[in-house]
Design a binder for this molecule. Structure first.
Ligand code: ACO
Length: 325
């Protein structure tokens, strides 16, 4: 087994901040409702920059912070549910702009679990092949896919991107200690974005139709509060640790009530479940690395800390990766 190390983290959010009060000017909602139901106070919204542009900011920061050359990267992964286009992949756009000539690049579609699924894909590449250096970014411009006429979901989401650099080394213990990932495709219709309709008959071509965002909030809430604790318990067990030995549970930031409920179910102190949802809202695949990067920058997560990273969402999907930072 090779040692896999998280070398660097970075994040980027667009400048424009939209507060709950701003939203209450354009839809029937209130700061009070959004704060008490979700913990969200504001979100960042991209004006004119697409997902690949946000990811490129992160990619450039990662290279600056690490001192790595772009052409030393073997693989670029972007986890996103809001890619620039069906093809080319957002990761390929980043690879091209970064001039990372030696990197293979593709996207991972697992919504808010995308970053965790990306870690698993990266681990396999680093363990089995000649791949040595990977850039993994979770990035979203959800403001372009959400239905702004649906107050039940429009208030929840924000735009942003964050990522990590991963490296394999020949000797030493891996930073990746254990994981648990599951997909529940039978519940796929509980959270949909960009659903397309096939033509109904040929050659009588019907108009192409892409549906905006739709979510059954209650069902996703119930799913998260049941499946995420199970996933965390399994991953921590696979890592050979106890819940008490985990320093931080870095969870997908969908709703502060979900995070509190998970902490309660695991019987762990809420202080071990840091949150930044108030500032960013739900940034889907970006949320876990965004929080991780913030905690590292604040000095709260230091080298040697044991962390459970956990995501859940569209698919429906859930995934936890336990790491030593
Ligand atoms: N402002 C004011 N009132 C609202 C709003 C709003 N933005 N949205 C809904 N309401 C109203 C409803 O119409 C309803 O009114 P009624 O009682 O007169 O019918 C009332 O508030 C309660 O609505 P509920 O949907 O029951 O509210 P709930 O407490 O369930 O909270 C929420 C809704 C926040 C969506 C919650 O269910 C949730 O967080 N679910 C999880 C969603 C999630 O995590 N999604 C992301 C997954 S990640 C991914 O893959 C993208």
């Amino acid at each position: 087994m090779k040692k896999i190390k998280i070398v660097e983290t970075a994040s980027f959010v667009p400048q424009k901040i939209v507060t709950n009060d701003d939203l209450s000017q354009i839809m029937d909602t209130s700061d009070e409702w959004i704060k008490t139901r979700t913990g969200i106070k504001q979100r960042h919204i991209s004006i004119g920059e697409n997902t690949s542009a946000l990811c490129l900011h992160v990619a450039q920061k990662l290279l600056e912070k690490s001192g790595w050359e772009a052409d030393s990267i073997d693989l670029i992964l972007v986890a996103t549910m809001s890619p620039d286009s069906y093809t080319p992949a957002t990761a390929a756009l980043v690879q091209g702009k970064l001039n990372a000539r030696n990197a293979l690049a593709f996207d991972i579609s697992a919504a808010c679990s995308g970053f965790i699924y990306g870690l698993k894909v990266a681990e396999k590449f680093l363990q089995q092949g000649s791949t040595k250096r990977i850039m993994l970014i979770g990035g979203e411009v959800l403001s372009k896919v959400i239905d702004w006429s649906d107050r039940t979901s429009a208030v929840l989401f924000g735009d942003g991107a964050a990522g990590v650099l991963l490296e394999s080394q020949v000797t030493g213990d891996s930073d990746f200690l254990g994981a648990s990932l599951h997909t529940f495709g039978e519940f796929g219709d509980k959270l949909e974005a960009g659903k397309t309709t096939a033509i109904s008959s040929f050659p009588n071509l019907s108009e192409h139709h892409i549906k905006a965002f739709s979510m059954s909030g209650r069902d996703v809430y119930t799913f998260a509060t049941h499946r995420v604790p199970e996933s965390i318990v399994q991953a921590v067990k696979t890592a050979g640790l106890s819940l008490e030995e985990i320093d931080y549970f870095v969870l997908h930031q969908a709703n502060s009530r979900i995070v509190k409920q998970i902490a309660k179910k695991l019987a762990q102190p809420l202080a071990k479940f840091p949150m930044n949802i108030a500032e960013y809202g739900n940034t889907s695949a970006a949320s876990v690395p965004l929080l991780l990067d913030e905690l590292i920058a604040q000095g709260k997560i230091k080298r040697g800390a044991k962390i459970a990273l956990s995501g859940f969402g569209g698919g429906l999907t859930v995934g936890t990766q336990v790491i030593i930072y």
